[in-house]
Design a protein around this ligand. Structure first.
Ligand code: AGP
Length: 613
């Protein structure tokens, strides 16, 4: 989604802004632009990458210690130079960058057209900056008051930054529904603005997360935060946990590969301090804080989108199997509009890497309005989802830059496993010795993931054979059905090969029609009660000449004759197997995408955090 960077201070703004925009590239975008203030207000923008924008700035006047930059992910109007941000007011005195959607822009535009405005772009954003200038002129309001008045007419979501030629020491920003962070620089009067902390971290670790309905005004070297109704707020300054090294590729060709290889550590970090294999203890703060509530919970509703929804599906098996709690797993985008039935003794768990997914946030808000207790399982510290939750747990996987989620997924599944075990303990649905056994095995998972990563060379060779396939089918059962879905999603999002994940037994109810000698079928057939049935499914695929890539438990030679390729992964408990079985699927999609020369870290059309509906 769109990325925002702003700077005000003593340094040259352009360099800081371009660097910041590059750090935000992972969010996904199709054009970029900057506005710089130095006596006059100069705007440069271009379709394409930040590098294209940078090249186009050669020989241009880029002086100025105040400025802002934007990467645009097109919603209203195709990706081209004129629709790129920043957008300007009719006089050219004001300029705005925006992340979000102004839903009533057509109505607002109609009014402005009637008052003689003409527009240069097809965007909703240009309407906003026209409206602000229109209000300043016709209602004779100050810039600040006009911004507040305009925003009170806006329906939709926004994070905006505004520069004004006539206010050279000024920078105004506001947020509703789209993220915005202020970084407090080390020099007096130096401030950074950004969609997330990644462009800020190399300058300061002191940040303020702007809340919905707040406006940040930087004026005469001071920051003031107000509500849209002009009530001054006391900002809460937070210390950032991430460091610069985590945002660099560290020698890997892609962030995605780096993040795949980080998993032994990220999984460890997600349970570190929370479990003890010697005692079987599970120490989750939110479980302690909500002990009474949790003991009465009659149903869990897990919500998320994409990969986070897949983590929710794995957790459905975990909670029902281990803690005997009924579970529903919902796409946040469907849940929010379905008028769902929610009881006071339901617990909603909202799962998200970014903590900013618009649909997930809206679903949480709805659940809260209906009186439910809402937990968040989230990776990005300080993001909107944990702030909206009653309780929850961070996944502590570290920044995930690759658009395709890898380490965030395994960390989500790890944290959800801890919740399931904690609830099993509380409800006495498992014996203490069984819990201890599972906790101990969880502690062994990082080493087993490390072992699974050693399969890389073998998987590379398999990728070479199937990189030109038009379709892929992924099959799994029980705990590994969501792993099949996740494997298929990973492949399609980064390699653009059509892929479907299916519960293996469903194959004969439709997808079997697709199978011929051209169809690679990945079957997750590790040791569990479904193994024999999965072997029958493999037989069915082979009878139709499909190509089988089987993921089996180490030491199992039973499929060597039947399958075309056998990938042996370390043995573990069935309920923990999704974490390990995901690894070869991540590597397979990564290699295929690289071989097809796809942009692995920034796949076309995709955004890392989907902050609009
Ligand atoms: C995963 O590879 C995807 N890029 C996407 O499905 C993602 O999981 C989804 O958009 C949800 O994001 P979140 O976890 O940040 O809420």
């Amino acid at each position: 989604m769109c990325g925002i960077v702003g700077y005000i201070g003593n340094k040259q703004a352009c360099e800081i802004i371009l660097k910041g925009l590059k750090r935000l590239e992972y969010r996904g975008y199709d054009s970029a632009g900057v506005a710089l203030l130095n006596g006059d207000l100069r705007v440069y923008k271009k379709q394409g990458k930040v590098l294209d924008l940078e090249e186009s700035l050669n020989g241009k006047n880029i002086e100025g210690t105040i400025g802002m930059g934007h990467t645009r992910w097109a919603t209203h109007g195709e990706p081209n130079d004129k629709n790129a941000h920043p957008h300007q007011s009719p006089t050219g005195d004001l300029s705005v960058i925006h992340n979000g959607i102004i839903e009533n822009y057509a109505t607002l535009k109609e009014g402005l057209l009637q008052r003689g405005h003409t527009f240069k772009s097809d965007t909703d954003t240009e309407v906003l900056i026209h409206l602000i200038e229109d209000i300043m002129k016709n209602a004779n309001l100050s810039l600040q008051d006009a911004v507040r008045a305009a925003l009170s007419q806006v329906v939709g979501a926004y994070a905006i930054v505004i520069l004004s030629k006539n206010h050279p020491e000024h920078l105004i920003a506001a947020r509703k529904g789209s993220p915005l962070v202020v970084g407090i620089g080390t020099d007096r009067g130096e401030f950074f603005l950004a969609s997330d902390a990644t462009p800020i971290v190399e300058y300061t670790n002191q940040v303020i997360y702007i809340k919905d309905g707040e406006i940040a005004i930087i004026e005469n070297k001071e920051l003031t935060i107000k509500t849209i109704d002009n009530v001054i707020q006391t900002p809460y300054i937070q210390e950032l946990e991430m460091n610069l090294e985590q945002l660099e590729k560290g020698g890997y060709p892609h962030f995605m590969l780096k993040e795949i290889y980080e998993q032994p550590k990220s999984i460890f970090d997600s349970f570190r301090g929370r479990i003890d294999g010697r005692t079987g203890n599970i120490n989750m703060r939110s479980v302690r804080d909500y002990q009474e509530k949790l003991s009465k919970v009659n149903r869990l509703i897990l919500i998320g989108c994409g990969t986070s929804w897949h983590a929710g599906l794995v957790a459905e098996y975990l909670f029902e199997d281990l803690a005997r709690v009924p579970v529903e797993v919902e796409y946040a985008s469907e849940f929010r509009y379905r008028n769902p039935v929610i009881y006071p003794d339901d617990l909603i768990i909202s799962i998200s890497q970014s903590g900013e997914t618009a649909d997930t946030l809206a679903a949480m808000e709805l659940a809260k309005q209906k009186g439910a207790t809402v937990f968040g399982v989230c990776n990005v510290v300080g993001s909107s989802i944990p702030r909206l939750s009653h309780g929850g747990a961070y996944t502590h996987a570290g920044p995930e830059i690759g658009v395709a989620s890898t380490k965030a997924f395994t960390a989500q599944v790890t944290v959800l496993t801890l919740y399931a075990l904690a609830m099993a303990k509380q409800r006495e649905t498992l014996s203490s010795s069984r819990i201890k056994q599972l906790v101990k095995e969880m502690e062994a998972i990082p080493k087993k993931v490390e072992q699974a990563l050693k399969l890389n060379d073998k998987i590379y060779k398999i990728a070479e054979l199937y990189k030109d396939a038009k379709n892929f089918l992924y099959l799994g059962r029980g705990y590994n059905f969501p792993v099949a879905l996740e494997g298929a999603l990973k492949l399609k999002e980064i390699s653009y090969i059509h892929a479907e994940g299916y519960p293996a037994a469903e194959m004969k109810h439709g997808p079997i029609a697709l199978i011929d000698e051209e169809m690679p079928v990945v079957v997750i057939a590790t040791n569990n009660e479904h193994y024999e049935k999965l072997v029958s499914n493999i037989q069915e695929v082979k009878a139709r000449k499909g190509k089988v890539i089987a993921i089996v438990t180490e030491g199992n030679t039973g499929l060597n004759e039947l399958a075309d390729h056998v990938i042996e992964v370390p043995e573990t408990e069935n309920c923990l197997s999704p974490i390990i079985n995901t690894i070869p699927l991540q590597l397979l999609s990564y290699h295929i995408a690289v071989m097809r020369e796809c942009n692995v870290d920034q796949p076309r059309n995709l955004a890392k955090s989907v902050t609009v509906e």
